[in-house]
Design a protein around this ligand. Structure first.
Ligand code: HPA
Ligand code: ZN
Length: 326
């Protein structure tokens, strides 16, 4: 079976990964020690054994606890550099990394500390690994739109260090339209727009992400399959879906990988991509997502080629870079 080798070595872009979700238990413990932060787990093994999730919220509680060890610019650099080395090993040529500033500014860490540390890792990735890395600032949707506006204000001095904004955290009960005004402002600022929608939430949230927020990509979007008119819209407008199969498995969005709908999305002509979401928590980086999903669902080499192509088409890389890749 040559499929795993094809999947591992094919050039690809990663469009949906939360940098705080790349924090491995070993690094959480090392940073906790370096910073004198106490965490409610005795060992790496004990922490890892707490990674048994039943839904999105059960994951988010542990994910935010893990991020509490990040204090200095060097911490953010070290976290991003560790991920970027894994990305390079997985033949990722381009990665667009989400970060959650409110998780840090609410603990008294400055926006500058967060952004500068992550940005320095992106610069080094290009020079030392040949990986083209960019940042997307995400607003936490369980917080208010006012808090999102404050976060945007704090980020504006670093406007050139991120390419767009997204919307993440607890989906159900926090529809996209809650953030209509702040996304309109980001659009005026020329930022790229994306949002998580249709992970656990209904197709209606995908519609409002498109029509109210005017996003260019949908993160997850797997629930769109329940709405035939929405599927037509996504295909006609070539709206990329950044699908995360191992995340969906670990958060019980699908009962097993064999029942994942990635193949159906591709066969319906959607610009679906494969991504790792929170690789340290969900059991694998992007290549692991490819190999496990293909093994479970029997997707073809044609699907693999389409996914790689979709990842570059869906990226916000420069026209010059996309011309080379596509
Ligand atoms: N969904 C919503 N919020 C998140 C996720 C996710 O998959 N990962 C990190 N924050
Ligand atoms: Zn996500």
């Amino acid at each position: 079976d040559r499929m795993p080798e094809l999947l591992r070595t094919m050039p690809k872009a990663e469009l949906h990964m939360h940098i705080e979700g790349s924090l491995e238990p070993e690094l959480i413990f090392a940073l906790a020690q370096r910073n004198g932060v106490s965490i409610p787990y005795a060992s790496v093994e004990e922490l890892r054994s707490a990674y048994a999730f039943t839904n999105l919220q059960s994951f988010l509680d542990i994910y935010y606890a893990g991020a509490s060890v990040l204090l200095t610019e060097q911490d953010f650099y070290d976290m991003a550099w560790a991920y970027l080395q894994r990305a390079a090993a997985d033949h990722v040529l381009r990665t667009e990394m989400f970060f959650d500033p409110q998780t840090h500014t609410e603990r008294g860490v400055s926006m500058q500390t967060v952004v500068q540390g992550l940005h320095r890792a992106c610069v080094d990735a290009k020079a030392q690994l040949g990986v083209d890395a960019a940042l997307i600032l995400c607003f936490l949707r369980h917080l208010s739109e006012e808090s999102a506006f404050e976060t945007l204000e704090q980020a504006l001095p670093f406007r050139d260090l991120f390419i767009g904004v997204g919307l993440d955290s607890s989906e159900v009960g926090h529809p996209p339209e809650k953030f209509a005004r702040v996304f309109a402002r980001c659009r005026e600022l020329g930022l790229h727009l994306v949002a998580h929608a249709g992970e656990e939430g209904p197709p209606a949230y995908v519609w409002s992400a498109l029509d109210v927020l005017k996003v260019e990509r949908i993160d997850h979007g797997v629930q769109s399959i329940k709405d035939a008119a929405l599927m037509k819209r996504l295909a006609a407008d070539r709206i990329p879906l950044t699908v995360c199969p191992l995340s969906n498995l670990k958060l019980c969005v699908f009962p097993d990988l064999a029942q994942h709908n990635l193949g159906q999305l591709l066969d319906a002509g959607l610009v679906a991509t494969v991504n790792s979401d929170d690789p340290a928590y969900f059991g694998g980086y992007v290549n692991e997502n490819f190999t496990q999903t293909f093994a479970a669902t029997g997707l073809s080499a044609q699907h693999a080629w389409q996914l790689a192509r979709n990842s570059f088409e869906g990226s916000f890389a420069s026209a010059d870079a996309r011309r080379v890749w596509l």
